[in-house]
Write a protein of this length. Structure first.
Length: 757
């Protein structure tokens, strides 16, 4: 018989496992990688049921089987069981994710008698770099950046020995034959080739700011006490830094950690986890100024283990090394353009840039702020077979590609308003399509955002014209809702889509919406009142403009005198008349944060609202805010007309700010309680609108999505209010809540639109 197995079966030790199971049963035949599948041939008289049962029980830890095809096929001429040379075949999946080195490799790494003692590129068939080094499938050494390193006799012996843990481990190497690190100075001069990591660790402990090359990119590294120096060098006055700790015990000294968070932190994925600060710890105040959380993670590569072997520090800042707004650096030559004292670089090529994933736990769910290393390119199942490319929004971009019922998302791309990131979007998308064996010309459709100025839209339009591919526009918040639907396997939802801004079908900036969403249509059944954006995008960076606009409209100009000068006020007053408007929930949070004196300038994306979150977490609903609601005609996606006679309910925000002005704020506790009460009143009214829509349509679920849904106190408010209504509450788990999930939602909508009827 012949067996074809599809799924995550390349680069995970699958063929060696097949070999061991087959030989233990005395079977004759072969196993080979064919395209991105594994083909097994069993010679006549073999026990196929016994073989498959045994194989299922002994699957490698990283393997995942999607489909098994068994057919009768004469297999002859094998004296025993063999692993034979890979061949071309159908590409239905891609290589597995990069995973942290396993316990066996970590043990060998720190064993003074092992020949790989302190060797930073240690790995086996069950762990190590995968996606970051692969050029093409099948996953063989010749198709990875390890092709530049010829195995020594000892490594070759392990590679060819079925009893060895590294049997057919494509990235096998050792200090004698594998990649090496070198320590360089500012001008690229070689400082240490013998003990580069030991010297690097000493210099970091002594106060150096340094750059180290890892699997999928480079990191800026320094001790906690050098945080302010790092901020000055990179002009990041308040942006939070990620921190790598030696072990779980070190994390628990500084941060709160529950069982679920610890399990994810120590998993093979090794994401950065957003964890709450301990109230007794002030040592991390410079790491994430005025925030209640810190992004923390544990060593995942051999380099990290070796580094902490030499470091005296129990934790270090380890954040992406890049020019602001541009992708992380991956080439050695480019590293020296960054500002650092020392550079620890290796001589293995990074084929696929892949940032660290960032996750926040919410009860039993995962909120992905960034879904990348450790999780990409694991596919999602969809109900359509179409080959669709979708390109996301403008910031926090990913692209998504569907093929034969699987949906693949690229690694985190970033902010496409910077040209190098647009270039990365193109190269990352094309590489993923290459791994999937999907030529651009074979696409059925391309999904893009409605926003006319998004670089992702321009890229999609260019591809559409060049290859004559159908281009389909998808409204931003509908895509958010669809990503939530796919994440939670529902066909319809009433979704609170809360974020900064997204282009609406009426050409206005939306962002505080209640959508009745299906894959083929949506209704805008509720929204926040529009507020002016004085200076357009400048109002996002300078939330004082939001506060000035709001209180000017209320006739309370004197309430902003402490925020803006007389000259600024005169200019803003002129700009106010023609200012664009937005229904954004995020901008309301920014205005509230600014008015309360929490954050009056945005120096990184989402800063005012993020700093407000700490107050929401500590606040109580002790103040009374009365909400007002108006009705307006519902809006639906073009060209469909509003149906069912649902009026859009508009929650008025100006009256809430009018009431806010009446409260006297004396203490930090006052700020927390006022902030909580204000936001709770908004969420309560939006849930009321959503619940009414559930009653009118029979939809049993209310969900929350968009960038605001990373704010845990707001999500908790919404959940409690929804459950009081006896309705099901949905949050994200596998797909990013924010704009990183937009391409997924676009893809799902385009797939269903093409197949409706």
């Amino acid at each position: 018989m012949k067996i074809v197995i599809k799924g995550t079966v390349q680069g995970v030790g699958f063929r060696p496992t097949v070999y061991r199971v087959a030989t233990s049963l005395g079977l004759k035949g072969y196993v080979l990688n064919k395209g991105s599948n594994v083909e097994i041939g069993i010679q006549e008289n073999g026990d196929k049921e016994g073989f498959l049962n045994s194989l299922m029980k002994k699957l490698p830890p990283l393997a995942a089987i999607d489909e098994i095809e068994v057919r009768d096929d004469p297999i002859k001429g094998y004296a025993d069981f063999e692993i034979i040379t890979s061949s071309e075949g159908e590409k239905t999946s891609v290589t597995p994710v990069d995973t942290a080195i396993c316990e066996d490799c970590a043990r060998e790494l720190l064993d003074g008698d092992n020949r790989r003692y302190l060797y930073p590129f240690i790995n086996c068939t069950s762990c190590g770099a995968r996606f970051s080094i692969i050029m093409n499938v099948p996953y063989d050494r010749a198709n990875t950046s390890m092709r530049d390193f010829t195995m020594c006799e000892k490594c070759l012996g392990e590679y060819t020995n079925p009893l060895e843990r590294r049997f057919h481990a494509q990235t096998i190497s050792c200090p004698r034959c594998g990649p090496k690190y070198t320590l360089y100075g500012r001008k690229g001069e070689v400082l240490d080739e013998r003990n580069p990591i030991e010297t690097f660790a000493r210099l970091v402990d002594e106060g150096a700011i340094a750059i180290a090359k890892s699997w999928g990119g480079m990191h800026l590294i320094c001790t906690f006490d050098q945080a302010n120096r790092l901020r000055k060098l990179y002009r990041r006055p308040a942006k939070p830094f990620a921190v790598m700790f030696r072990d779980v015990n070190a994390i628990e000294k500084y941060l709160e950690l529950d069982e679920r968070e610890e399990k994810l932190l120590t998993s093979a994925h090794r994401p950065i986890m957003l964890l709450n600060k301990r109230s007794s710890s002030d040592d991390l105040s410079a790491i994430s100024p005025e925030l209640g959380t810190v992004g923390a993670y544990l060593p995942y590569s051999g380099l990290h283990y070796v580094l902490f072997h030499y470091l005296g520090s129990e934790g270090i800042i380890m954040t992406s090394a890049n020019v602001s707004g541009e992708p992380m650096v991956i080439r050695n030559g480019d590293a020296f353009n960054l500002n650092a004292d020392y550079f620890l670089l290796h001589n293995r090529e990074i084929v696929n840039r892949v940032d660290d994933s960032v996750v926040r736990c919410y009860d039993g769910m995962k909120f992905f702020l960034r879904r990348s290393r450790g999780f990409i390119p694991t596919p999602l199942k969809v109900l359509y077979k179409d080959r669709i490319l979708s390109l996301g929004a403008g910031e926090n971009v990913t692209s998504s590609i569907s093929k034969e019922g699987n949906l693949y998302t690229t690694q985190y791309i970033g902010n496409t308003y910077h040209y190098p990131t647009v270039d990365f979007l193109a190269s990352g998308t094309e590489q993923m399509m290459k791994l999937l064996g999907l030529p651009m010309a074979d696409l059925d459709a391309i999904g893009v955002d409605l926003h006319p100025r998004y670089p992702t839209r321009r890229y999609g339009k260019r591809l559409s014209e060049e290859f004559s591919i159908e281009l389909i526009e998808v409204q931003h918040h509908w895509a958010h809702a669809a990503s939530l639907m796919l994440d939670r396997a529902v066909d319809e939802v009433i979704a609170l889509t809360l974020d900064g801004t997204g282009y609406g079908v009426d050409k206005k900036a939306w962002g505080g919406e209640v959508l009745q969403s299906r894959y083929d249509s949506f209704e805008r059944v509720g929204s926040l009142e529009e507020i002016p954006l004085i200076g357009g995008e400048m109002a996002i960076k300078d939330p004082r403009r939001l506060v000035f606009a709001i209180f000017s409209l209320l006739g309370r100009d004197t309430y902003t005198a402490h925020l803006v000068s007389e000259q600024e006020a005169r200019v803003m007053e002129k700009l106010l008349k023609n200012a664009p408007k937005t229904s954004s929930f995020g901008r309301v949070l920014d205005a509230l944060s600014c008015y309360l004196g929490i954050c009056q300038r945005m120096t990184y994306d989402g800063e005012p609202a993020m700093k407000l979150e700490r107050y929401l977490a500590e606040g109580e609903p002790t103040y009374e805010f009365e909400t007002q609601v108006e009705s307006c005609g519902a809006t639906a996606p073009r060209p469909r007309k509003p149906c069912k006679g649902l009026d859009r309910k508009i929650v008025l925000t100006l009256p809430l700010f009018d009431q806010l002005a009446e409260y006297r704020i004396s203490t930090e506790k006052d700020k927390a309680d006022i902030a909580y009460s204000f936001v709770y009143a908004l969420i309560k009214e939006m849930v009321e609108i959503a619940a009414d829509a559930c009653d009118a349509t029979g939809i049993p679920s209310i969900g929350i999505t968009g960038g605001v849904s990373y704010d845990v106190p707001i999500v908790r408010m919404a959940e409690a209010l929804v459950k009081e209504k006896g309705l099901r509450f949905l949050t994200h788990d596998k797909i990013p809540n924010g704009d990183g999930g937009i391409s997924v939602g676009q893809n799902a909508i385009v797939g269903h639109l093409r197949n409706r009827g």
